[in-house]
Design a binder for this molecule. Structure first.
Ligand code: SAM
Ligand code: SF4
Length: 355
């Protein structure tokens, strides 16, 4: 199977493709295509205080019941297994809205105490970050990505269904002041207003020293309303920006980073465009995911999960948890398949997987 990638290996290694047998018992967290997962995305909750139209319905969702959520102790144990036995070097906390997890500072501190210490990042909508940025930095958080799709207050309210732009901007400033940089801004653009929004967003980010990352909208909305061709593509986004800025490809090697970087007006400011749909980068994927209810997902778009919570509560030792995680990753598909005719959207929406 061919996976197109922007500036990345475009074909998965045929020699390793579909290797038979069981997952290796030691060494890196590898799949049958030879990709190694070193980046763990941990969802801390499926709840959220915004209702972004491309993610959640206006009325919210049926939240996971408390007894199915991992406790901080259970999560910390799985993080230890991931870092010390599976070679995870980067941990990103997300959700739902991870700042709604009251134990976040405690979980960050426990992660920072692991040896070897992983890089620790947070993806947040920024509400309340103003009050917690300092404590999170003190606990060991290294960086934040704050999601912001427009700097126009009325459009922000229309997209997120809440009038909270000022809180997000305050959160960004506090993150910068607390040293949680480089502070990145993640934007998913509205199909109607996005071409305008992205220009003002980039101006705002350049002015304040934030790095903008624009992400193509993916079929992960709770209402299954995503339609091919409706969302703005990377090409649409770059065309809109190039009417206002001089964009030149960033010469730095991209590695497994999903964003293709462009220097803005000769640099040093840059903007990243993440073409998750139109130019998938699955061939270079280095991610593994853990949901708030303790399920390992080997891909955002996986239709199966591996239940570590039940194993853990049934008394499994670290070796058994490690083996189950390895086996979950071993069966990772070559690509997300969004562009295949038989594509099926996963049951869980983005808010319950962890973006
Ligand atoms: N609530 C936090 C936030 O918004 O940053 C963390 C969770 S949110 C699910 C993580 C990221 O996923 C956000 O940057 C959001 O814009 C993005 N996202 C949500 N739904 C998406 C979709 N359908 N397609 C692409 N990105 C999406
Ligand atoms: Fe909440 Fe983040 Fe989803 Fe928006 S994108 S509804 S902030 S989880």
């Amino acid at each position: 199977m061919t996976v197109t990638a922007l500036g990345l290996p475009s074909v998965l290694k045929p020699a390793a493709r579909g290797a038979a047998g069981e997952a290796p018992r030691e060494g890196p967290l590898i799949d049958t295509f030879g990709r190694v997962a070193t980046d763990l995305r941990v969802s801390l909750t499926d709840r959220c205080n915004l209702r972004c139209t491309y993610c959640m319905p206006a009325e919210g969702l049926d939240w996971l019941p408390d007894d199915r959520l991992l406790s901080p102790e259970e999560l910390t144990r799985l993080l230890r297994v991931a870092v010390t036995r599976l070679g995870i070097t980067n941990v990103r906390f997300t959700g739902g809205e991870p700042l709604l997890a009251r134990d976040l500072e405690h979980i960050v501190a426990a992660t920072a105490a692991l040896v070897p210490r992983p890089e620790i990042a947070l993806t947040t909508n920024g509400l309340g970050l103003k009050h917690r940025a300092e404590a999170l930095a003190a606990a060991g958080l290294d960086r934040v990505n704050v999601s912001l799709d427009t700097v126009d207050a009325a459009r922000f309210a229309a997209i997120t269904r809440r009038d909270r732009l000022a809180d997000v901007l305050a959160g960004l400033r506090s993150a910068q002041r607390a040293g949680l940089g480089p502070v990145k801004v993640n934007a998913v653009l509205d199909p109607d207003t996005g071409r305008e929004d992205v220009v003002a967003l980039l101006r705002y980010c350049v002015e304040h020293g934030y790095q903008l990352r624009v992400i193509e909208q993916m079929p992960l909305d709770a209402g299954h309303q995503w339609r091919r061709g409706q969302a703005l593509s990377a090409e649409d986004i770059l065309t809109a920006l190039s009417h206002h800025f001089d964009l030149t490809p960033d010469p730095r090697p991209r590695g497994s980073a999903p964003a293709q970087l462009w220097q803005v007006d000769g640099g040093p400011a840059s903007v990243g465009v993440i073409a998750s749909v139109s130019q998938a980068f699955c061939a270079a994927c280095d991610r593994t995911r853990l949901t708030a209810d303790g399920q390992v997902r080997n891909c955002l778009f996986a239709t199966t999960e591996t239940d570590l919570r039940s194993l853990l509560r049934d008394g499994a030792d670290d070796a058994a948890l490690e083996a189950a995680w390895r086996s979950a990753m071993w069966s990772k598909a070559a690509g997300h398949g969004i562009n295949d005719p038989g594509f099926v959207q996963p049951e869980r929406p983005m808010s319950a997987i962890g973006g």
